[in-house]
Design a protein around this ligand. Sequence first.
Ligand code: COA
Length: 142
Amino acid sequence: MAFTTDRLRLRELRQSDKTQILALFNDYQVQESGGVDYTVPRGDQFFDRWSGWAKGCTLFSILETKDTDPSFIGFAALGMQYSRNRDAEFSIAIVRSEWSKGYGTEITKWMVDYAFKGLNMHRVSLNVSSINQKAIDLYQRS
Ligand SMILES: CC(C)(COP(=O)(O)OP(=O)(O)OC[C@H]1O[C@@H](n2cnc3c(N)ncnc32)[C@H](O)[C@@H]1OP(=O)(O)O)[C@@H](O)C(=O)NCCC(=O)NCCS
């Protein structure tokens, strides 16, 4: 097992990711389809709060291409509300310019596989809005 897929590398969150994370969430469609909170412009305070969430995840990964000069693709994470239940909650967001290249499928398959084989999870869960057809298709495909 490695922290890579065919085309992607998984790595830790860095402070230097702030600009790209804020650009990701300030894309209306990404924020609207990915969250349960109000969809509003996001800045420094949001990044600090969101980084706190990322640090609390069992597995949090920035996704970038495996190139020597990597492109930022987005993030994927497995969080756990109650560790005793070994129920990992999956989250994902990809920058819009990189949609429909199969990156979502590639990383979702990796995350689900690693949740069971690497992290000894009992279940992988997620929340998705019924109008987020792109994400539903992704989850069904994976
Ligand atoms: C949902 C989301 C993660 C999907 O990302 P994605 O990378 O586009 O997802 P997929 O892997 O499913 O992409 C599949 C598409 O890539 C195409 N594709 C191209 N190369 C491919 C490959 N090698 N393997 C698989 N699919 C490939 C497929 O044909 C498919 O095309 P389609 O969208 O026209 O049907 C992304 O849209 C996103 O970040 N949305 C906003 C945040 C969000 O909704 N998060 C989930 C909250 S529950």
